[in-house]
Write a protein that binds this ligand. Sequence first.
Ligand SMILES: Nc1ncnc2c1ncn2[C@@H]1O[C@H](COP(=O)(O)OP(=O)(O)OP(=O)(O)O)[C@@H](O)[C@H]1O
Length: 252
Amino acid sequence: MKILAIANQKGGVGKTTTSVNLSAALAERGKKVLLVDTDPQGNATSGVGIDKNNVKFSVYDMLVEDVSINRVVLPTDQENLSIIPANIALAGAEIELVSAMSREVRLKYAFKELEEAFDYIIIDCPPSLGLLTINSFTAATGIIIPVQCEYYALEGLSQLLNTIKLVQRHLNQSLEIEGVLLTMLDARTNLGNDVMAEVRSHFGDKVYNTIIPRNVRLSEAPSHGQPINVYDARSTGAKTYAELAEEVISHG
Ligand SMILES: Nc1ncnc2c1ncn2[C@@H]1O[C@H](COP(=O)(O)OP(=O)(O)OP(=O)(O)O)[C@@H](O)[C@H]1O
């Protein structure tokens, strides 16, 4: 089982869009996928059609109240795709966890209790490097870093890399950067090439060949509660997330 955290503390770089659509594309390829929403905004939850304010249990209950993970996992409309939902209740967790026992390893321990077998667990991280993200890094086998194609794309990444190093040293030695994903490429500018060269010079072959273009269908899909492969399977957004899924699968 691969556990992939989708993380970048910079906001709005495509973490949730990638979490939802990579999960859905993997599920479409017959992989059993558990999407875990750890962002209090709950956008991954609503993005797969779950009413985030109307769930019995959320990731908050699992991490803070010790509710069993097996009671928190919900099926979605898509075959092979389940979710652990999040909502605004999670906003307090960063503070509540500070004084909790085993505060960095709660997610990892919860995954150990899973009764259902999954091929992939995909974790949508919040735009911060607090305890929720640390829990994800501690539980994960790899991290996918979405980087928006824009000037200063790499700004702030040193903080993220530093956090990864700290977690590797103290909490999870086998944690790896699984891949770096360029997102929101605007075909009308040449910026993509510059950013790609810069990102490649830092991360080498960790950078996925797949680049996600800016695609309006990707931004519309969440308001319909559907991943892009359901909302518009013929869109370039759907095609590129399908390519990404193939790349992720080929990495083993
Ligand atoms: N490839 C794309 N093309 C067009 N719009 C996109 C694309 N990727 C993401 N968006 C839109 O950009 C916004 C930010 O994306 P998203 O929510 O995935 O980023 P995020 O990193 O998860 O944000 P946050 O840091 O707030 O959690 C959303 O409105 C989303 O619909």
